[in-house]
Design a protein around this ligand. Structure first.
Ligand code: CAA
Length: 286
């Protein structure tokens, strides 16, 4: 099995930019597609800033940063991903948007053997697979935020995924320096299935007025040695993403513990999305 050298990434927000950065640092030729010229520029700046931070913190040499930058190209035309061996989509956690993207990639990517991976957190992989003409080549590859830091990726084969696709995706995860675990194609996979009820439980504690965010977070940071408490973590993940994940899980299991609390919905409606909007359960400087 030849190693992947040409990777495509669709979406250059929080997750896509992290995936593209890690892949470029791992030596891959990475082409990043965004929806518009403005979004492409924002994605390029986001990755450049992260690479610069790596140099400032002494984790990367300027040579490594410059090499990674040279391996990255950006486009707002999905057609430019035609020659990719693997494409990872990391667009918004929305079933319709993701379905449109995998359909478009299915038409665009020329190599019929190419793998189309989705970074969805919660949408059934099989639903995306059967929207294409190559269901055997569709697989879940779920990264964790911040992508450059978190070692884990969940690999989620659908009922339709071929063994070859699974092998290739495992090999890619290792090429990227990540530690894969295989997860079932059930909404939430492994990690979110456990994490989401916990995060929503913390929101309900705030909503009911029974505890303050600072106390809940300190409790879990000091009492459970979590690197960050649940409300700080929600701010990192993005409240809109967390709501979308909870809704997919609720749709699948009809389990009250997965139902997004009203407070979460209201905060999302107000644009209080967490770190990325400057305000969530906490406030952040620009
Ligand atoms: N890019 C690269 N490196 C980063 C980074 C980023 N965006 N953010 C932090 N780091 C690095 C720092 O450089 C630092 O490295 P060194 O110690 O080697 O210098 C290290 O991470 C720690 O960073 P900080 O000192 O700035 O801050 P911290 O100690 O508070 O750590 C954190 C920040 C890494 C985010 C840590 O709090 C953490 O691991 N939190 C939990 C994150 C988590 O659970 N993520 C999973 C979310 S769930 C998800 O993503 C899936 C989903 O579907 C919703």
């Amino acid at each position: 099995m030849e190693p992947v050298t040409r990777l495509g990434v669709v979406g250059c927000g929080l997750m896509g930019s992290g995936v593209a950065e890690v892949a470029a640092l791992s030596g891959l030729d990475v082409r990043v597609a965004e929806i518009s010229a403005d979004a492409t520029d924002a994605g390029r700046r986001r990755i450049a800033a992260s690479l610069d931070r790596g140099v400032l913190r002494g984790k990367l040499t300027t040579h490594q940063r410059d090499q990674a930058r040279a391996r990255l190209t950006f486009t707002h035309d999905l057609g430019d991903l035609a020659d990719r061996q693997v494409v990872i989509e990391a667009v918004a956690e929305n079933r319709d948007i993701k379905t449109d993207v995998v359909r478009a990639l299915d038409k665009t990517v020329e190599d019929a053997e190419a793998v189309l991976a989705t970074n969805t957190s919660s949408i059934p992989i099989v639903d995306l697979a059967v929207a294409t003409e190559r269901p055997g080549r569709i697989i879940g590859l779920h990264f964790f935020n911040p992508v450059p830091v978190q070692q884990l990726v969940e690999i989620i084969p659908a009922l339709t995924t071929s063994q070859e696709t699974l092998r290739r995706t495992r090999a890619l995860a290792e090429q990227l320096g990540k530690q894969p675990v295989q997860a079932p194609d059930r909404s939430g996979f492994v990690v979110n299935a456990l994490l989401v009820p916990y995060l929503l439980g913390a929101v309900r504690m705030v909503e009911s007025g029974s505890a303050r965010p600072e106390d809940i977070d300190r409790g879990m940071e000091l009492g459970r040695a979590h690197p960050m408490g649940p409300l700080r973590l929600l701010d990192l993940i993005g409240l809109d993403t967390a709501q979308a994940v909870a809704e997919s899980m609720y749709e699948e299991f009809k389990e009250p513990l997965h139902a997004a609390p009203a407070l979460l919905r209201r905060m999302v409606a107000a644009g209080h999305l967490g770190r990325k909007s400057g305000r969530g359960f906490y406030s952040y400087d620009a």
